[in-house]
Design a binder for this molecule. Structure first.
Ligand SMILES: CC(C)(COP(=O)(O)OP(=O)(O)OC[C@H]1O[C@@H](n2cnc3c(N)ncnc32)[C@H](O)[C@@H]1OP(=O)(O)O)[C@@H](O)C(=O)NCCC(=O)NCCS
Length: 237
């Protein structure tokens, strides 16, 4: 475990446009699950921009002594966020996605085999209006800390700050999906509520945090699918 620097000062601030190159690189390096990381930094940068712009999203960067070392992204209403992305950011994401696929024919072949039909249906069916999900079921979509900054409480600080922001906007249950950070979420008091296997055969677990006593609880959120990211549209059924 790295020793804690004596002058270890943490600062949290909203994710900005200038951060997305760095956050995309970290996402690609340490969050490999799903399709999006395989499309590379340019695509991920475009995808992260959507979290800055979406009215349904929250995104934070944490700095240690002024150096960015982690980020968290989430949504107050994941389905509404995904629909907003499809409606509003479809063109830049499609452009970045097509360029990425052109450079990665093996990824394209796997995409067509495992997800092509579902993505196409989602893109052509996306409409505005009601999401069908309680808007109180939020999501922690992506979380990452630079390897050399881990085990100093940075991940915990990011999760607590992002969760507080979502709760302040009316969310009562926050869910997240992970393939490996189980001990971290259990340590933070999150409860495992579901498990599955994604389109690539990677096992994952869903953890929930409930602001008990208000609105929807974890089981109500389990009754609807709240996974937001396009890389997991297949789990959204
Ligand atoms: C998961 C992750 C965000 C944790 O960040 P972090 O800054 O190291 O977490 P913290 O220091 O706040 O850890 C809080 C507690 O969680 C537990 N914990 C964190 N990482 C752990 C690990 N690898 N193994 C076991 N317990 C762990 C510990 O109890 C820790 O407290 P301690 O250090 O006092 O023992 C970081 O390891 C990471 O970016 N991993 C790769 C991406 C990822 O898995 N993201 C989350 C899933 S989407």
């Amino acid at each position: 475990m790295p020793s804690e620097p004596a002058d270890h000062i943490l600062t949290l601030r909203p994710l900005g446009q200038a951060d997305v190159g760095w956050t995309a690189a970290l996402h690609e390096a340490v969050l490999p699950a799903g399709l999006f990381p395989e499309l590379g930094e340019t695509f991920l940068s475009e995808y992260h921009r959507a979290f800055i712009l979406s009215p349904y999203a929250e995104s934070l960067v944490i700095l240690s002594n002024s150096q960015p070392c982690g980020f968290a992204m989430g949504a107050t209403d994941p389905r509404a966020h995904r629909r907003w992305i499809i409606q509003t950011r479809r063109a830049p994401l499609l452009r970045a996605g097509l360029v990425a696929f052109a450079r990665r024919p093996d990824v394209l072949a796997r995409f067509v085999r495992t997800r092509g039909g579902r993505y196409l249906r989602r893109l052509t069916r996306a409409k505005g209006g009601e999401t069908g999900a309680p808007s109180t079921c939020g999501e922690l979509s992506h979380l990452a800390v630079e390897p050399e900054f881990r085990r100093r409480g940075i991940g915990r600080a990011l999760v607590e700050a992002l969760t507080s922001s979502l709760v302040a906007r009316g969310v009562t249950t926050v869910r997240t999906q992970t393939s490996g950070a189980d001990d971290f979420y259990r340590e933070l008091g999150w409860v495992e509520t579901a498990a599955g296997v994604d389109a690539d055969g990677t096992a994952f677990r869903i953890y929930s945090f409930s602001n008990v006593g208000h609105g929807a609880n974890a089981s109500e959120c389990d009754a609807v699918t709240v996974r937001a990211t396009w890389s997991h549209v297949e789990e959204a059924g």
